[in-house]
Design a protein around this ligand. Structure first.
Ligand SMILES: [Zn+2]
Length: 164
C-alpha cells in the first residue's frame, strides 16, 4: 500500500473545525451570488488563494466575509451537508464542529431559528451519512459543547474498526 493510499484510508478525527471556515470555495461563490455579496475574487482558483491567511486581520476578514454570505436556512443546510460529505470522503470518523452564532445573529441579523433549525435539520442526512461511512459528527455550540462531546465520544467508541 502506498503512503497516499494509506493516508486516504486511515481513519481520522477532526478535533477543532469552524463550520464557516470549512466552506468550499465553489460554494462560497454560489452563496455570494445568491445573496448579493461582493467577494474579492470571482473564480475558485483566486478564491482559494484568498483563503490562505496572511495574518489574523486577514483571517478575520475572510471569516466575516463568509459569514455575510450565509443568510437563509438553505445556505446553512448546504454548508453543513457539504462538510459532512467531505468528512466521509476523507474517512474522518469523528469531528467536533464549532459555529459562532453571535456573529451571524448580532452582526448580520440572521435569526436563531434560521441557523439552528437548519443545522439540526440535516439529522436525517447525518444519520444516513453515518450509516454509510461509519463517521460520527457532532456540532459543538458555545456553552453546550461538553455534553455533546461526551455523547459523541460514547458513540465514537462504538464505531467499527478502520478498513485494513
Ligand atoms: Zn477555533
Amino acid at each position: 500500500m502506498s503512503i497516499e493510499s494509506y493516508l486516504r484510508a486511515a481513519p481520522k478525527a477532526e478535533l477543532h473545525v469552524h463550520l464557516e471556515g470549512a466552506i468550499r470555495p465553489a460554494t462560497l461563490l454560489t452563496l455570494a451570488e445568491r445573496n448579493g455579496v461582493a467577494l474579492p475574487a470571482d473564480n475558485v482558483e483566486d478564491l482559494r488563494r484568498w483563503f490562505t491567511y496572511r495574518d489574523f486581520p486577514h483571517f478575520a476578514e475572510i471569516y466575516v466575509t463568509i459569514t455575510r454570505c450565509l443568510k437563509t436556512a438553505d445556505d446553512y443546510e448546504l454548508i453543513a451537508y457539504e462538510y459532512g460529505a467531505e468528512l466521509a470522503r476523507q474517512n474522518a470518523r469523528y469531528a467536533e464542529v464549532t459555529f459562532t452564532p453571535a456573529t451571524h445573529a448580532l452582526r448580520f441579523g440572521v435569526t436563531h431559528n434560521t441557523y439552528f433549525g437548519q443545522l439540526r435539520r440535516p439529522a436525517a442526512v447525518q444519520h444516513d451519512a453515518e450509516r454509510r461511512s461509519g463517521a460520527a459528527a457532532q456540532a459543538v455550540q458555545p456553552g453546550r459543547g461538553l455534553h455533546r462531546r461526551h455523547s459523541a465520544q460514547r458513540r465514537a467508541a462504538q464505531l467499527p474498526a478502520a478498513p485494513s
